[in-house]
Design a protein around this ligand. Sequence first.
Ligand SMILES: C[S@@+](CC[C@H](N)C(=O)[O-])C[C@H]1O[C@@H](n2cnc3c(N)ncnc32)[C@H](O)[C@@H]1O
Length: 387
Amino acid sequence: MISTNSIKILNVVKRVTFHRTSQVLQQTRNVAASPLRPPCHTKSFSSSCPRQSVSPDDHHSLTAGTSENFSPTDRGPYFQNSLSEQSVGAVVRRYADELQERDVPEALLSVQHIVASVLDCSRASLESKEGQVLSPSQSEDLRRLITCRLERAPVQYIIGDWDFHDITLDVRPPVFIPRPETEQLADDVIRCVKAWPGAGNPRLLELCCGSGAITLAVLRACPGVEATAVDRSAEAVSLTAHNAVKLGVQSRLTVKQCEVTEEPLVCLPLQRYDIIVANPPYVPTAHLRDLAPEIRLYEDLRALDGGPDGLTVIKLILRQAANLLSEEGLLFLEVDERHGRELPLWLQEEQERNQSLRCLQFVSVQKDFSGRDRFIRFRRVLEHNYS
Ligand SMILES: C[S@@+](CC[C@H](N)C(=O)[O-])C[C@H]1O[C@@H](n2cnc3c(N)ncnc32)[C@H](O)[C@@H]1O
């Protein structure tokens, strides 16, 4: 049995970075074949690229001033060649060159992931298949998927699934693709659940659940636990429910579509939660235009947009947590590195004015694997302990 710590170390060691434009927004994939991945069989792919999350017109304000051309119509003579007679090794090299020439980031890794997906095997096993010749239908699938990558579709959306912690999740545009640093947040929650004092399991609530990554990793690691997961997006809620079924934990998960606002979350039953976890939107609005095309054009920007200072949704979550946490209950948040310092100060000032927040106590800030303050924890205490 591999411990949670060992999984974390393996994941870090085997990590492959996809987007380096924003430190906050790296995307990686564990190289190891997932235990849930079936042995080789024919996989079917959609006949079109993952759709872009909003129309080009809607993106005008974000893309203005950039010179990227994502036209799929001019792909050069390479795409007119039939590759059906070519070996896996040759195809990987040629497509990687093509992506590289077109400045697509992580060209070789992208091609390896896509080829592995077409062959329905792990990326690590590709080396042993270098001489294998692709069938005509595999060549056709591959050519189409590479075209999507040339249009800067994220690899994760192209192949349709992605490893997170020790589970494999289906991923679909425009739902936020789980990022590797969030595995650390899931780990923290798992550790806390396993060490929970008393006989029963803690009640878990995730706000802003996206694909369900955090909650589903916890449910898989902690068999007795039940959880509720909430997101404002219908696509996210539907994907979380789908992933829960895929992972066989649907009987322990309630998924609700509702938006975290100033108002009470009426979608939730009248109860308190022992642990609340969230990886909310925290990118300052002005920074959205600097994001890589993979993110800017394909992911739901409302999953990232944290308002002017990145703290808009985070502050709403703190207010909700003051009402929803049980006594001694914990709130785990993933935040931007600046927020690790700013948020406790904001809470302190706000508590002077707002009595309802006085039950919250800052506990700690933890660093991510790059040494940045990214995970912040609060506890609900008895109000008379407020100082
Ligand atoms: C950064 S993504 C995180 C998704 C997932 N927890 C993960 O770590 O992969 C933020 C998510 O918050 C959701 N969201 C944004 N604002 C929200 C709000 N006010 N109430 C509820 N969900 C919200 C978005 O739809 C998105 O799915």
